[in-house]
Structures are given as C-alpha cells and as structure tokens.
Ligand binder design. Structure first.
Ligand SMILES: O=P(O)(O)OC[C@H]1O[C@@H](O)[C@H](O)[C@@H](O)[C@@H]1O
Length: 330
C-alpha cells in the first residue's frame, strides 16, 4: 500500500532549498497560508504552482501580463479546488464515473519530488519543479488503486509553459486501473465574444449540455455566443485560441491526450457558482487537453505520459495577414 502523501506543512518543512532545482525556483507561502512554488524566467516571466492541487494558478509573460484566468472569488482552502489556472482532473474527468466531479487530484496536497526519474533534457527550459501525488488511506477507500502521479511544471526560455504528467500503476500484479484525465486550462481573454478557436472545425464532439450526445462541428472556427460545454474527440495536437482584442494567440500543444474540452459557463451558470464572479465568464475560456472518451488503462508497472505546452504569441489576425494554418502547424 502506498504511503499517504504528506500535508503541505510537512512538504514545506521537508523542503530545504536543495530540493528545488535552481535559483529560479522558490517555495513561498501565499496570503491564504497555502504554499506555492514560483518559477522565474527572463524579465517578468513567471509561473506559480500551488502544492494544493498541484495546480498552476498564474503564468505571466515578459511584460508581467497574466495569461491564465483566476477568479477573484477563488477559494484557497480545502476541500474546494481553486477556480482558475490549470486544475488537474484525475482519476476522473467530469461526471464520467462514480467519483466526485473531476476526480480528487485537484483537491489534494501534492509534495515536491526531489528525486524524480529523469525526463529528456530540454535545454530551452529555464526553471522547473517536480511534484508528486500518491494516494492516502482515505483516497484508497474511494479509488482502490495505488499510483504515483508525477507532474513537472516547466517555464521555457521563450516564456512557454509546459506540464508533463507521468502516472504509474503501482498496484500488485494483475490489478489494472483505468482513468480519464484533463488539464482544465482557464485562459484569460479580453472579451469572450471577440475570441475564436481554430483547430476543432469539423470535429465530432460530445455535448455535455445535451446529455453527452454526439454531434459534428461545422466547418468554421468556433466563436462564443452562449454557454458551451463540449468534449471534442480525437482533436488535433495543436489548437489556437485567437483573442482579437488583445491581438494575442494562445497555441495549445498536446501529447498523449486525444480529446479537448471547451467550456464557458456563460451568465446563468456563472451566477450559480459560488467561487466565480457573475461577469467573469466574459474574460475566460477553458480549452482542456484531455483523455475522456476512451479511458486510459494501465497494468501494474506501466506508466502513461500526457503533456501540455502553452505559448502565447502576438497575432495579426485582425489585419488578416497571419495564415491560420501556420499557427496550427507551428
Ligand atoms: O465546477 P467544476 O467542477 O470545476 O467544473 C467546471 C466545468 O468543467 C468543465 O471541464 C466541464 O466540462 C463542465 O461540465 C464543468 O461545469
């Protein structure tokens, strides 16, 4: 049976500076009392990751502009997941199973992993941190599987943010497990009605607003005029979110994650959420690389890897000069 994951306080007291890989990485206490790791890049580029949820809550570019949405009403206290940033949905996405919505990884305390198994060296990485989550005795009662979930959060020298998840089945022989997963990424946008998403045209999707019924998207880029909650199936590895007003394009690159969820709660649902401002739906959009339709199955000893890379590039879409294909193909 796996040892329970240490609490945040235990993680902090067991975290001398040597646990952190470089001077660009710092463990600090936030005003809420929760601990977060701060990754610093060039100029004002910076990423913040809470040990609670293993959750990225902030990603700033060179100019110090925030690129992720974090609700002004977010609650930084268990058992609620933090509303915004990049919650990790594991071992269940949404209501695709019997566990609580989006699984439990997003409201557990993760630890700093000082000695992770090696990952391929990427010279473009400026700062990174490795976190780990193992199930507690309580977790094993609700999901009876032993696992090691390692998460590397890395800030590239050009300001790219990457999240690499490695999930290993540490059950005894013969005990497979299966799970669904998502990087529930909340992007900050200037005005949702000025945003379009490219890369999901003509894709099949399950509509969560219509009892998960399957439909096919039309041929145009996706724009937003009302509540959206769709799981696009077998989506391409690159998706572009074009913010006309900000003249900024987010490029989402995903590996090992076939699906992509697109969510905006719009006005009515926004009002119903305790930890979300009534008008905040106008300034956010979730595009979530995911594995939903086909659960991932791991045998004991097997490991799965799922990766997300985010970059924010200036877009000249307003002038019609940028070829959308170039954005999508990198
Ligand atoms: O409020 P939660 O549990 O964070 O979920 C927010 C939304 O997350 C999205 O990923 C789901 O598709 C939606 O159905 C859900 O409402």
């Amino acid at each position: 049976m796996a040892a329970p994951a240490p609490s945040a306080a235990a993680a902090a007291s067991a975290s001398p500076p040597a646990l952190l890989p470089s001077p660009f990485v710092e463990l600090v206490k936030s005003p809420s009392g929760l601990e977060k790791v701060v990754l610093r890049g060039s100029r004002n580029c910076c990423v913040e990751v809470y040990l609670y949820g293993g959750q990225v809550t902030s990603w700033k570019n060179d100019n110090g502009e925030e690129l992720l949405f974090l609700s002004s009403k977010a609650i930084f206290k268990p058992p609620k997941a933090i509303r915004g940033g990049i919650p990790i949905c594991f071992p269940q996405f949404g209501t695709h199973g019997n566990l609580e919505q989006h699984g439990f990884a997003r409201n557990r305390f993760w630890s700093i992993d000082s000695d992770p198994p090696p990952l391929p060296v990427n010279p473009a990485i400026k700062a990174f941190v490795d976190l780990i989550l193992k199930p507690s005795e309580e977790d094993l009662k609700i999901w009876p599987h032993s696992f090691e979930f390692r998460l590397r959060v890395a800030l590239g020298s050009s300001g790219d943010l990457s999240l690499t998840s490695r999930i290993r089945n540490t059950n005894p022989p013969g005990k497979n497990f299966s799970y669904t997963f998502a990087y529930h990424t909340y992007f900050s946008v200037s005005d949702i009605s000025e945003v379009r998403v490219e890369g999901l045209e003509t894709m099949d999707y399950l509509d969560n607003l219509k009892a998960k019924e399957r439909f096919t998207e039309q041929g145009d880029a996706i724009v937003f005029e009302s509540e959206v909650d769709k799981v696009y199936l077998a989506a391409p590895s690159k998706i572009a979110i074009i913010d006309h007003e900000k003249k900024r394009t987010f490029v989402v690159t995903k590996e090992g994650l076939p699906d992509a969820v697109v969510w905006n709660p719009w006005d009515k649902k926004a009002k119903a959420m305790q930890d979300f401002g009534d008008a905040e739906y106008k300034g956010m959009l979730c595009v979530e690389p995911a594995a939903v339709e086909k659960p991932i199955i791991l045998k004991p000893g097997e490991e799965w890897k799922g990766r997300l890379v985010l970059s924010a590039v200036p877009s000249s879409y307003c002038s019609g000069q940028l070829d959308p294909l170039k954005v999508l193909q990198g």
